[in-house]
Design a protein around this ligand. Structure first.
Ligand code: PEP
Length: 247
């Protein structure tokens, strides 16, 4: 299972960041999970460049610009130089802050051009009874992937993160049956967009209030390849418990 720990801006001091990295190293050794940490940008280089373990790193976002006179931007080549190998693109919190479909496609292209694996976040705001949320998911994947070459499309990891489930508790997250249906639907959409049978190798993650209390049920039988974890990834007790549930 692939576990992506999105620290968001929850971690504000280096000592906590180092503690979470040390814990992740132990968890990688004691479990069969692959752990990818997405620390705030100022911490990523310091943690990743000294990291000799099998913990991997992700940017929480990358600039859509090519660098240069763009104060405040952090570009894909900077993240790659700092030791990241993944990048989260199109997170709902970035979309809420102004990331349009056009910006997200630019970011995907920059990410891929510099050898980072994009983790593309998609998901509906709410569920309706007519199934319009399925169109939202289809559209977000299709718009994002349509600018990419067939080879590039194969590298994208899709993280299904329904907004109604983010930042809540395990009891308010999606259940296993609904997640299983959505994973199947996402794979169907990917099969239409990727060459041949290559979509069977695409990774599909779930994010939204994954905690120790629901991770095992969500992992079992839903067909998901891993999880994007927000608040529970910065709590040492919750994070070690939830990884422990998968081993
Ligand atoms: C997220 O925002 O990516 C996320 C999964 O958050 P949480 O786990 O806190 O719902």
């Amino acid at each position: 299972m692939l576990i992506v720990a999105n620290w968001k801006a929850y971690v504000e001091d280096v000592s906590k960041a180092k503690k979470l990295l040390a814990l992740s190293k132990r968890l990688v050794r004691s479990s069969s999970c692959t752990i990818v940490l997405a620390p705030p940008a100022p911490f990523l280089g310091a943690l990743a460049l000294t990291n000799k373990s099998s913990v991997a790193f992700a940017a929480q976002d990358v600039s859509a610009t090519l660098g240069g006179a763009t104060t405040g931007e952090a570009t894909a080549p900077m993240y790659a130089a700092a030791g990241a190998t993944y990048a989260i693109i199109g997170h709902s919190e970035r979309r809420a802050a102004g990331d349009t479909d056009a910006l997200i496609t630019q970011k995907l292209l920059r990410t891929l051009a510099h050898g980072l694996t994009p983790i593309l976040c998609i998901g509906e705001h709410e569920r309706d009874t007519e199934g319009k949320y399925l169109n939202t998911v289809r559209e977000e994947i299709t718009i994002a992937l349509s600018v990419l070459s067939p080879k590039e499309r194969m590298k994208v990891i899709v993280a299904y993160e329904p907004l109604w489930a983010i930042g809540k508790t395990a009891s308010e997250a999606i259940d296993q049956r609904d997640l299983g249906e959505m994973v199947l639907y996402i794979r169907k959409v990917l099969a239409e967009l990727l060459p041949g049978k290559s979509s069977s190798h695409s990774l599909v993650l779930y994010g939204g209030s994954v905690e120790p209390g629901n991770i095992r049920a969500l992992a079992g039988g839903s067909g998901v390849d891993g999880f994007l974890i927000g608040h529970a990834s910065v709590d040492t007790h919750l994070f070690s418990s939830l990884v422990g549930e998968l081993t």
